[in-house]
Design a protein around this ligand. Sequence first.
Ligand code: ADP
Ligand code: MG
Length: 501
Amino acid sequence: MKFSELGLSDSLLKAIKRSGYEEATPIQEQTIPMVLKGQDVIGQAQTGTGKTAAFGLPIIEHVDTDNPNIQAIIISPTRELAIQTQEELFRLGKDKHVRVQVVYGGADIRRQIRNLKQHPQILVGTPGRLRDHLNRHTVKLDHIKTLVLDEADEMLNMGFLDDIEAIINQTPADRQTLLFSATMPPEIKKIGVKFMTDPTMVRIKAKELTTDLVDQYYVKARDYEKFDIMTRLIDVQDPDLTIVFGRTKRRVDELSRGLIARGYNAAGIHGDLSQDRRTKIMKQFKRGELDILVATDVAARGLDISGVTHVYNYDIPSDPDSYVHRIGRTGRAGHHGVSLTFVTPNEMDYLREIEKLTRVRMLPLKPPTAEEAFKGQVASAFNDIDELISQDSTERYQESAEKLLATHDATDLVAALLNEMTKEPASDVPVKITPERPLPRRNHRNGRSGHGYRGPREHRHNNYGSHRRHNNGGRSRSRRHDNHGSNHSSRHAFNIRHRED
Ligand code: ADP
Ligand code: MG
C-alpha cells in the first residue's frame, strides 16, 4: 500500500520519499491508521519490517511543535537500538522540525541534561537511564501523549519490567500506549492487560521469515569440537561478512579472541563493552573493515546491517524465534545467504523445534577436514591474487619483479606468496573455548516450556563420552556453491559433503 493512503501529512510523505521508502510494509499499513486514531496497539512483526516507522510516523504527525514538552516517549532495550530509533525519527521529523533526543546509559549524563533543556518533543531512551533522569527530575513525563514499548520481548528478557513500570507510572493515565515486539511470549500479553487500554493486536505472520534465499545447514558436533570445525568452515566457505552468534558474553569474548588468534579479522560485541567500543565495531563491520562480528542475541538484536553473507550459530538458540531473527540477518534484499547452526547431540530436539516453526529442513553438513580447509584458504588466496593483478598500479614493480625472477625460481616465489597469504594451520594455534552448559534436554517435543530463560533451568549431566559421532557413516555427495554472497566468494566452488542421517 502507498504511504499516501494512510492519512499522513505532506511533510511526512516528503520525508518518507526522501528515505527511499516506496510502499508501506504490512505492519506499517495495518498499524499506522490505528495509531493515528489514538488507539492502543500491540504490533508484532519480525525484525527488519519497519516497526520504528510504524509508530514513529503517527507520533511525528501528532507532535505539536509549538508545545515545548516531551509528548512522546519510546523505551528501547539497548543503546544501539535507542540511537537507531532516534536517528530514524529525527530523519522522518526533520521537515516538520520535530526535536528528538536519545538518552542511554554509559554516556555522560550532564551532556544529556544540557540537551534535554532544549525541549525535545520526542524522547527515546533505555529503561535504566530514563529512570535515572526521572529521579533527577531532568525528564518530566506529565505531558506525554504516547508511550512506546519497543522491542518489548527483548526488554522483558533483559529484566526491565520494573524500570518500565516505574516510567509508565509517571505518565498520564489517559496516554496512548503502543507496544512493538518481534515475538509475543505470554508475558507480553500481560503487559498489554496491565498498562494498555483495550489494545488491538496486529500480528504479521512470520511465514516468509526464512526465505529460500538462505541456505540453512547444521553441523552436529560436541561443544569442544565446534571451534575447530567453525574455522575450517570459514576457510572453505570463504564468507564475505559473517555474524557468529554465541550464547553468552564469555562465549563472545572467547570466540572473538580465538578467531583473531587464528588470523581472522573478527571482533565481538556484547552488553559489557563500552558504548564507544560497540559503536566503533559496528561501524567497522558496516563498512566491511571487519569480516566477522561475534555477538550475543541481545547485542545484535534489531541492528540494521546489510550485506551479511553468512550467519554461524555457534550455539543453537533455545528459542525458535531467536533462530529466525538471527538468520534473518542474511538473505536480505534479494541476496543469497548461508546459515549454519552447531548442534550438540542432545540438542537435536531444539533443532527439530526450529524446523517445525520455519517449515524448512536444515541440511546436515559434514565438517570439512583440515585438508579441505587448507584448499579453501588457497582458493581464497587465488581470488585475492586475481583481484590484486587486475588492479592497474603494478607497473612500477616490473623491474623489481624481473630481478626477483632472475634470482629465484618462479614456483618458489609464488609458493612463498601463498604461504604468506594463507593462515597458519589451525592445529598450530590451539584455541580453547570454555564449555557452556548445553541446553536442557527437551522433555516434551511439542511443548515450548523448555526454553532456558523462561523456566527454571534444568541441569543435565552432559554425557559427551557416551555419544558416538554420527558423521562418518553418511552417504556423501558434493555440491557446488557458486551463487552465494558477493562476486568474491562466488568465484570458486565450495565443496562440502552433506551428511544425511
Ligand atoms: P524493525 O524495528 O521492525 O526491526 P526497523 O524499523 O529497524 O525494523 O526497519 C528496518 C529497516 O527498514 C530500516 O533501515 C528502515 O529504515 C527500513 N524501512 C522501514 N520502513 C520501510 C519501508 N516502508 N520501505 C523500505 N524500507 C523501510
Ligand atoms: Mg525495531
